[in-house]
Write a protein that binds this ligand. Structure first.
Ligand code: F6R
Length: 243
């Protein structure tokens, strides 16, 4: 797409069509959602569709990709706060329908919690649609370089690049948490449909590696090359290094 705005509207329209189709079938639409700067306009367009075109989220169930650890849900940088501010508080999704990894758990409870997070997704029939951004280091969710294709939902140590990119939000690198809970690569790849979005020149290099490079664990987004129903949605700048 020429611009991130056009691209975001197209992605929001696909999500809206899925929600409406599932509504007609009397089924829930199960969405995997991302935070960060990339999806903001997609969520803004979904809110517009809710307000102006009667798109209802009553049948929508969501699972977010990740949350910093440790993290209080009401903290400024929490992904719970992000999702409420940029989507959930502005649409009619029932509170019990959205799931975001819990950054307040004690360490010994995390393993079981992560297994349960995946189980909840399975109980709802798995993800119909997974929205992804991409880190400058090729991470998807917080599956950092080195993550295995079969990795499960888990506590992950954040890469230096990821922490540097988050430093502004936290008011300094030293304040960025060293870890996060992330949905694994495997459950992401199990989604029935995956859409990865990226805007801007600073993503062009990693997009080229992920899309045209070999499938390698140093670029976790490259695992998507093996998915049967994936689209990479870009603006012109993010696509500028593709051959
Ligand atoms: C966020 C997430 C991350 C981001 C990625 C890109 O939930 O899972 O993988 O999608 O770091 O972030 P932005 O969009 O801020 O460039």
């Amino acid at each position: 797409y020429g611009t991130a705005d056009e691209a975001s509207a197209a992605v929001a329209n696909e999500i809206a069509a899925l929600i409406r189709q599932k509504q007609q079938e009397g089924k829930p639409a199960v969405l995997g959602l991302a935070t960060g700067s990339s999806p903001k306009k997609v969520y803004a367009e979904l809110i517009r569709l809710h307000r102006k075109e009667g798109l209802s989220f009553q049948n929508v169930i969501t699972f977010n990709l990740d949350e910093y650890y440790p993290m209080q849900p009401d903290a400024l940088q929490s992904y719970v706060r992000f999702m409420k501010e940029f989507l959930f508080d502005h649409v009619d999704i029932p509170v019990q329908n959205y799931h975001i990894p819990d950054g307040t758990l004690s360490m010994e409870k995390i393993r079981e919690y992560c297994m349960d997070y995946e189980k909840q997704m399975e109980l709802h029939g798995g993800l119909d649609f997974q929205l992804l951004g991409i880190g400058r280091n090729g991470h998807i969710g917080f599956n950092e370089p080195g993550s295995h294709e079969n990795s499960r939902t888990r506590l992950m140590t954040l890469d230096q690049t990821t922490r540097v990119d988050a430093a502004m939000d936290f008011g300094g690198l030293s304040k960025v948490p060293r870890r996060a809970i992330t949905m694994g690569v495997l459950p992401i790849l199990q989604a029935k449909r995956v859409v990865l979005i990226a805007w801007g020149e600073h993503k062009a290099g990693i997009i080229k590696q992920a899309v045209e490079g070999p499938v390698v664990e140093s670029v976790p987004a490259s695992y998507l090359q093996g998915h049967h129903n994936v689209s990479v949605v870009l603006d012109e700048s993010a696509a500028s290094e593709l051959t």
